[in-house]
Each structure stands twice: as C-alpha cells, then as structure tokens.
Design a protein around this ligand. Structure first.
Ligand code: PRT
Ligand code: ZN
Length: 299
C-alpha cells in the first residue's frame, strides 16, 4: 500500500553529493526524520522517503523500480547506461532535471612529459579508469585502439605504478592531477548531478508529488543567483537602467510622491549582481540602491 502512496528517492549516503542533495531537498521544503539505522529517512511533511545508498547503486535502484527517484551524477548514469546496453538491456531511468551541483568532468590525463597531439596519441596505450564504458565509447568515437585498464579507485597513481600510460578520471579543481604530475588533455564527459526517475507509471498521488517536487526544484535553482533590486532613478534614465539590470524581466516602476521626475524601480535579477553593476547603475543616475536575497520563487 505504502509503495503506491509514498515516493522513494535514492540519495548518496556519504560522499560529495550527500550534503548538496539534502540541502536541495530541505530547500524544497522536505523535513526528514532520520531513523536509527539512518538508511531510510521518513519525510515528515511530504509523502517522500529518502533511501541512503552508495551512488553507484542509485541507477540500479531506479532501474529495478525499488526507488521512484534518484539524485546522482550524470557520469554514473551514463556509465551505467552503456554497461546495460553492452548486455542488451535498455536503461530505464529518465533524467528529469539537471542540477547545479556535483559539477565535474571525466577527462583524459597524461603524465606531464607525454607527447599529445590529439586522441590519436592514445593509440596502443594503456588507459586506467573506473569508467570503462564511457572511455570505450570515447575511444571508438575517435577511432583509437587502446587498452582499457579498469580499476576500482586510485586511478591517478596508476601511471606512476607503471600500470597505465594515461588515465581517464573525474576532475573538478584539477589539484589531484597536478599533485600526481598529470596533465588534463581531453574532456570525455561534462558532468553534474541529475534527478532521475523510473519510467514506470506512478500512482496519481505520486505523480502529483513528483510534479510538485520538480516545480520546487526549479524554484530553488532559480533563486540561487537571483536578487531583488530596489532603487530610485530619474525617469529619463529608465531605459538605460533597465538594460543594466542583469537577467531581469519587466521591472515594477513606482512613482515617488513629490518627485514627478523620479521613480522607484523594483526588479528580480536572475543573474549575479556584481559591484560593477551597482556602480554603473549609480553612474546612470540611480540612488538608494538595495540588493536583497530572494528566498523562494514560483513562476
Ligand atoms: O561511496 P560512494 O560510491 O557513494 O562514493 P564515491 O566515492 O563513488 O563518489 P564521490 O563521493 O567521490 O563522488 C560522487 C559524485 O560526485 C561523482 O560521481 C561525481 O558525479 C561528483 N564529483 C564532483 C566528483 C568530483 N566532483 C571529484 N572531484 N567525484 C569525484 N571527484 C574526485 C576526483 O576524481 C579527484 O580524485 O575528487 C578528487 C578531487 O578532485 P580535484 O580535481 O578537485 O582535485
Ligand atoms: Zn561510487
């Protein structure tokens, strides 16, 4: 019965995606009661429970319909999709939303002294990775014949140990590569976290909650950079000021009592508001400029 009324969402138990995933759900209004075993957290104010697992298990849980939804890296999903395809199975998870966390890239990197003149330089080489399927796809796309050395971790030390000539691994800041004297030469996949769901039809009450959750996710992602700007300006400078407001739709223009030539302008800006923008606004004649954070937004 419960399975028909409560959504189950898989989230990484402990890793890079855990905190931003919980943060997103909290911003979407979910209050979680975490039980003693901490594997399953009960949603107190939504019919949505969270299952904490290893990120690699998330596509399977959605594929096998144990969970309706999952928050996981695109790298994990795409690797899984290819692994299933190799076994003649069509992956059954749909990406619902790209999320603005977990950003990284799956890249090819070589020891500093290795020559590089494009993918053909990998011909006949051994490449260590934990993403054999994505790497194989990349090599095939470039017509390169190389040996894939599949490891379960510590890929970055494989060249030093003499186990590989190159690696294909996740990179975010690049400091791990630098510390291991490796140079990033090609991007195989740009990645970020995604919200996935089972393609299996859900009970109406669950579908409704998926839609509500998506609307809230969109709202949360939109407000991250958004600011509410209030300022006073000469009527004559309005056109210029509107152009200066980053990513804003039609602002609200309010007359100022006793100042027929000046107005108050209120606008939501969907892009970062830099000091430079405020300085330009001031030069255009704006005064009393206030920049406020936006907490929630519903289009
Ligand atoms: O235990 P579990 O299997 O759940 O966790 P895990 O160890 O497999 O995953 P975890 O927590 O390391 O990463 C989870 C997801 O975060 C990945 O699948 C990616 O989608 C995303 N992500 C974002 C990253 C990175 N950034 C990242 N930098 N995953 C791994 N890294 C590694 C990188 O390979 C390097 O070894 O972190 C190290 C530091 O990177 P630099 O470039 O900042 O030095
Ligand atoms: Zn993992």
């Amino acid at each position: 019965m419960d399975k028909d009324t409560r959504l189950k969402l898989a989230v990484q138990k402990s890793g890079r995606l855990t905190d931003p995933s919980i943060d997103l759900l909290t911003r979407c209004g979910l209050k979680l009661a975490r039980g003693k075993d901490q594997l399953l957290a009960f949603g107190e104010n939504m019919p949505l429970d969270v299952l904490f697992v290893r990120d690699d298990d998330i596509p399977d849980l959605v594929q096998e319909d144990v969970c309706d939804l999952g928050l996981v890296g695109l790298n994990v999903i795409e690797e899984k999709r290819l692994a299933l395809a190799a076994r003649g199975i069509v992956a059954s998870f749909d990406s619902l939303r790209l999320l603005d966390f977990g950003r990284c890239r799956l890249s090819i990197a070589l020891p500093q002294q290795s020559p590089w003149s494009g993918p053909a330089s990998l011909d006949g080489k051994r490449i260590a990775t934990t993403y054999p399927n994505l790497l194989a796809q990349y090599l095939a796309r470039h017509g390169v014949r190389a040996q894939i050395v599949t490891l379960s971790g510590a890929v970055e030390i494989a060249p030093r140990l003499g186990r590989a000539d190159a690696i294909c691994d996740l990179v975010s800041t690049g400091s791990t590569l630098a510390a291991n004297h490796l140079v990033e030469v090609e991007t195989v996949l740009e990645s970020h976290a995604v919200l996935i769901r089972t393609p299996v039809a859900l009970a109406p009450v669950k579908t409704e909650w998926v839609e509500r959750l998506l609307m809230r996710v969109d709202g949360v992602q939109q407000v991250k950079e958004s600011k509410y700007i209030m300022l006073h300006a000469p009527r004559s400078a309005l056109a210029q000021i509107r152009q200066l407001l980053p990513g804003s739709e039609s602002p609200t223009i309010i007359p100022l009592e006793g100042h027929p030539d000046r107005v108050a302008v209120h606008a939501v800006c969907r892009e970062t508001v830099f000091w430079e923008t405020l300085e330009s606004l001031k030069r255009a004649g704006a005064s009393a400029v206030l920049v406020l954070p936006v907490e929630k937004m519903l289009a």
